[in-house]
Design a protein around this ligand. Structure first.
Ligand code: PA5
Length: 475
């Protein structure tokens, strides 16, 4: 068994630096040093407010304060595993992307198609496309399915409409006892779902105070679905705690999450790199990039500082997959505008090794592949891509996972969460709200004719007052 210190994930920033990229490109160590005091202040601010629910920093304590909850989750998960054929998460945004990312990272890549599966089939329904919902109902038997309705606010229209559809179906098909097919994960007192829960008697898990949607993967939001799929949730939390321990120093050169925030701050402010592409070289981490994109975008895309100064900050996160996107995006990354940083996710030891057999001996450029492994080829392609980007003067960095396991994934999740919190401090913005999402929500309720609150009627009026569509602009 490998020791936990051998399973530390690392952040290699060599390819961000001028030494590798040449003068005129990349970051000089001095630039980082000049930000050391600001970085220290950012670390101190997060440390001082750790666990403060009012400041939405409750998530920082999730690796430590859930002993009883973990036990309850394991009991509930064992019941689900022994009772149901399928487990469906109904949720969106922070209530969906973490469960998808962790399941994809830690279980078989074709889990639902496996005959010998260590748990029920797993689906996360994070959209309301009618064709998608209908297609789910074509492949599951609701009488043998457990639905985990996850919503922190207990009010999200997408999730609650899914709940209405599913509960209606369960009532029709099962009748008495249909409530046993639903587990709710929501706030302990706010929102509609907790009230519905009390009325119907659903099993319920609480999303603790101070834990916002996109910071909730290590709460019951992510832990229950993971445990249902047989993932070692204690190792996930231990990994997060191990990363937390490394992120407690105020020395930017020793704190990987602080370094990530400082580097991205410098790339944005000094080098015009307003895009960060996260590019895993592992299919298992493909959805980790989706989870990261929400975390970074919704937390850091803000129009004002905490003092109310207008700023319109935000580094656009993007996702790509190695090697697939070498044949799609890499041309742009190497020769397009100097507006990106590429963050690779590299895995040192894959769970499988696939040898490439010898053959095609009369075609030397094919034959040379024989005798190697797909693992070697993937690694060589990552090295080649890193090198090509450096030669083109493009900043890139690599997060190295010794393996993809619950322990390393826990580290990775916490690393990105902490980097986001530090970045919020450096930018002096509130990283834990999302006011920019509200307007579209109110507008869509207004379209649907919701008259329960004045704001919807006002919004409907504003929408009517928009200039009418001009036929010239519709082609
Ligand atoms: O990070 C967030 O707060 C959001 O992305 C939410 O997770 C998303 O809007 C879903 O909200 P809720 O969990 O309240 O249904």
């Amino acid at each position: 068994m490998r020791q936990t210190n051998e399973l530390r994930i690392t952040l290699d920033i060599n390819n961000m630096m001028t030494e590798r990229l040449g003068a005129g490109h990349g970051i000089a160590a001095g630039e980082i040093d000049r930000l050391a005091a600001q970085a220290r202040a950012a670390q101190h601010a997060v440390a001082k407010n750790r666990g403060n629910d009012n400041l939405m920093l409750g998530w920082t304590e999730l690796p430590y304060n859930q002993t009883e909850i973990v036990r309850d989750i394991e009991v509930a998960a064992a019941y689900v595993r022994g009772t149901f054929d399928a487990f469906v998460v109904l949720g969106i945004g922070g209530s969906a992307l973490g469960p998808i990312a962790v399941q994809a990272a830690l279980n078989h890549l074709r889990w639902n198609e496996l005959e010998q599966r260590n748990g029920p089939k797993f689906y996360v329904e994070d959209n309301i496309d009618p064709e998608r919902v209908a297609s789910l109902l074509d492949v599951i038997d609701v009488t043998k399915t457990c639905f985990n309705v996850i919503t922190k606010s207990g009010a999200t229209a997408e999730t609650m409409s899914q709940y209405l559809i599913i509960s209606g179906l369960l009532k029709k098909k099962i009748g008495e006892g249909w409530q046993k097919h639903i587990i709710a994960t929501t706030d302990k007192e706010n929102g509609n779902l907790v009230r519905i829960c009390k009325e119907e008697g659903f099993r319920m898990f609480v999303i603790p105070d101070g834990v916002g949607g996109r910071f909730s993967e290590l709460s019951p939001v992510g832990l229950l679905p993971a445990a249902v799929c047989g993932i070692d949730i204690r190792a996930l939390l231990k990994g997060a705690a191990a990363m937390d321990a490394r992120c407690k120093t105020d020395d930017v050169w020793k704190n990987p999450a602080l370094m990530e925030a400082v580097l991205q701050y410098i790339t944005m402010e000094n080098h015009g790199a307003n895009i960060q592409v996260v590019m895993p070289y592992a299919d298992s981490l493909k959805y980790m990039a989706d989870w990261f994109c929400q975390l970074w975008a919704e937390s850091l895309g803000k129009n004002i500082t905490r003092k109310g100064v207008s700023v319109n900050y935000g580094q656009t996160p993007a996702k790509a997959l190695g090697v697939t996107d070498q044949h799609s995006q890499l041309q742009l990354y190497t020769e397009g505008p100097f507006d990106k940083v590429i963050t690779f996710l590299k895995v040192e030891n894959f769970r499988n090794e696939v040898p490439i057999p010898h053959g095609c001996e009369s075609f030397p450029n094919v034959a040379f592949l024989g005798g190697k492994t797909l693992n070697q080829l993937l690694d060589a392609e990552l090295k080649g891509t890193e090198f090509a980007l450096c030669q083109a003067g493009r900043m890139n960095q690599t997060i190295v996972l010794p393996e993809v396991s619950a322990y390393t994934v826990g580290q990775l999740l916490y690393f990105f969460e902490m980097a986001t919190a530090y970045m919020g401090e450096l930018l002096d913005i509130n990283a834990f709200n999302q006011p920019g999402v509200e307007n579209s929500k109110v507008a869509s309720f207004a379209v649907l004719g919701n008259t329960n609150e004045r704001k919807y009627a006002d919004k409907a009026k504003e929408m009517r007052e928009q200039p009418a569509p001009d036929a010239r602009y519709i082609l």
